[in-house]
Design a protein around this ligand. Structure first.
Ligand code: ADP
Ligand code: MG
Length: 257
């Protein structure tokens, strides 16, 4: 089966007062239907720029981005986007945030919203407002909202970056549960090597200045994975050793190598 997402020879530059920033250089990436891809790399290597282009939020680039063989030209509900901060409507309840403009009085909408609330483990919080929720709960609402429209791909930009380690672990479990049930294609950007290896079928490692793909490491481990297992640690080491090749000591430090 051909890739559901095809990125070919993608180049992206920003013109700024201090010069041209070559944010993405010759990016080549094909993602299979139902695949979970994690992208990891230092700050400024173009991860957010890449996600925005896939989402259709930025169409000013060179190269080709195809979703189900169709060029991506604009944002839409077929491409769900989850930001680091949840962006819920503060004046709407959890269930209204998830349903967005669909009427909850409709039987099929009600059923789908209830199923999603169950899937993101928020039963009992249907009528709560965002201010009453923790960061992790809010992010689960945002994920449910994106999934309601059955997107072809879910794009997640460091979605758990602001959460504490314990909550982050729980969120990873919830997301994997949902993915294993729906098989929605996931493109997940993170700073965290453990997170990248725990979630991804493949880990894409990016380099900065200009943003390029340094390597792609398939994680041939069955789910659910155990972070303490020897085989997990082996894949983690493989990803780490790619980072060690980056010639920037302060960067290597920031990954705790
Ligand atoms: P990451 O998400 O990996 O931290 P970004 O995609 O945000 O990286 O940024 C990649 C590079 O492009 C950086 O050098 C950043 O400064 C630059 N950049 C991103 N957005 C803009 C913009 N709107 N205007 C100018 N430069 C930008
Ligand atoms: Mg970013």
């Amino acid at each position: 089966m051909s890739a559901a997402l095809q990125i070919n020879r993608l180049n992206k530059s920003f013109v700024t007062p201090s010069g041209v920033v070559h944010a993405l250089k010759d990016i080549q990436l094909h993602v299979r239907p139902g695949e979970f891809v994690t992208i990891i790399g230092p700050s400024g290597c173009g991860k957010s720029t890449l996600l925005k282009i896939i989402a259709g939020l930025d169409i000013d680039y060179d190269g080709e981005v195809l979703l189900d063989q169709q060029p991506v030209r604009k944002p839409g509900i077929d491409k769900g986007f989850i930001f680091q901060e949840h962006r819920l409507f503060p004046w709407l309840t959890v269930e209204r945030n998830i349903a967005a403009d669909l009427p909850l009085s409709r039987h099929d909408t009600r059923r789908k919203v209830d199923d999603l609330i169950e899937a993101v483990r928020l039963k009992g919080f249907e009528k709560a407002y965002p201010r009453e929720l923790s960061g992790g709960m809010s992010q689960r609402v945002a994920i449910a909202r994106a999934l309601l429209r059955n997107p072809k791909v879910l794009l997640l930009d460091e979605p758990f970056g602001a959460l504490d380690a314990f909550t982050r672990g729980h969120m990873q479990e919830v997301l994997l549960d949902i993915w294993r049930r729906n098989k929605t294609m996931m493109i997940f950007v993170t700073h965290d090597i453990d997170e990248a290896v725990f979630l991804g079928n493949r880990v894409v490692i990016m380099d900065p200045r200009p943003g390029t793909i340094r390597g792609v490491i398939p994680i041939d481990l069955p789910y659910p994975r155990k972070k303490s297992s020897g085989s997990f640690q082996e894949f983690r080491r493989r990803v780490l050793s790619e980072f060690e090749k980056i010639d920037e000591p302060e960067l290597v430090d920031s990954y705790g190598i």
